[in-house]
Design a protein around this ligand. Sequence first.
Ligand code: ADP
Ligand code: ASP
Ligand code: MG
Length: 477
Amino acid sequence: MEKSKDALPQNTLVMKYGGTSVGTIAAMQSAVQIICETKAERENLVVVTSAISGATNLLIQSATDAAEGNGLTSEKAARELTLRHHEMIDKLIQDPNKWLQLKMDINRLLSDFTNLCQAIKILGELSPRALDTVSSLGERLAVRILAAAVESAGFPAKAVEASQIIITDDCFQNAAPDMKLTTARCEKVLAPLLNEGIVPIVTGFMGATPDGVITTLGRGGSDYSASILAVGLRATEVWIWTDVTGVMSADPRIIPQAKTIPYLSYKEVSEMAFYGAKVLHPKSVKPCVDNQIIMRICNTFYPKKAGTLLVDNSRTTDIGKIKAVTSANGYKLITVSGAGMDNGMNVSARIFAGFVEDGVNVSMVIESSSEQSLCFPVAIKDVNRVIKMLNQVLEKEISRKDIEEIQISDTVDIITVICPGLKTNPIVIAQVLNQIDSKGIRIKALSYGASDVSLNLIVASENTKESLKCIHELISQ
Ligand code: ADP
Ligand code: ASP
Ligand code: MG
């Protein structure tokens, strides 16, 4: 029987390139070479690309400044983005027709950007919807150049905008995919390309509502795009190409001695991503775990180095050994306390309901055993909202003086220590605490037990670097 052209092919590999991996001519050349070498070996390859490094920040800053009446940022950004993308086209594309077409496409998108910023400036307002249209432009620019460069290198490729494929809700800046619709689009749009031997090169970060309004998946969301497409395509593997050699024992920008972790369980990497390890978007892991998709993290600039392979939770190694330490930055610790805060008042339940209602993400909660105080870190941007919510939901208790105080700390960070089998190896906790104590650093809060692979400490921001450094020393021992 002849295979339908829409049938999903087998053994598809999805490779995603981050901003730095396509951010310069040399990086783009390296990305193209990896794509071509991989395509020569793997029949079914889909590529996801981020915007070139710095582009998304420039676009967002332009839109934000425009809403405040400043149009200069967008003018400057348009000039810079034109220059950087044109330079890449000049270097990477030889065919004069393609060269011209590409330059015209880039100019058109950047002229849309200038017009959008002009409209935002006139309105004096930046809607979440407009922000997503502007911020996703970086990926739409990059995808065209990467696809043309792969074609120029001799492999059929096609730029695809994810607004055609990743169908999401309308939660702008943090959209969630509808996997049923997305899978159907993968079959309709991507399968025919793959079946014709073409490499689809898809924009990361963005999607669209069923009506076609552009949405984005959250900052750093191109990793998530790769996982979403992998699920929709029933792919077997996702390779994340970035600017470091895999997931490392700490952020190498902060701890230069950090080392690549060859194997990491999905649970461990999820905790790392959730608590600040920028190398992988926190939402990108679960879709792969749920669908038994292999995930690797590799270095675009050292493609022969092995990087990190994510493994099933049951195959975790190094039980009882610290594997990594991360930090999530920019929080305030909010403490609600009062002698009258007892069981019957259901204070925690009402506070949690308030978080859900306000859409505030609280990553850890520490409750004293007598239930006379409850404390939780809140991202600085959410603090005012949370305080307002607490005063509302606890109004009665506050007026009765059952709750005496809602305290807000100075800026703190959450340090997370990754150690598999922590529950059966509590000695590790003592080692971490001793190490921190030996530097004279005071821990403001500690949470352990919710996960068997991580321990969270809260320290004042000025102590973060030193805390990371001294905990990392325990890894090398
Ligand atoms: P990309 O643009 O490729 O998505 P990101 O900047 O989002 O890259 O993520 C890669 C960066 O993540 C690295 O340059 C590194 O500084 C940072 N990072 C933070 N923690 C870690 C870690 N534990 N291991 C590796 N990289 C980390
Ligand atoms: N370009 C987007 C960002 O900077 C998405 C990504 O890089 O993953 O957030
Ligand atoms: Mg990233």
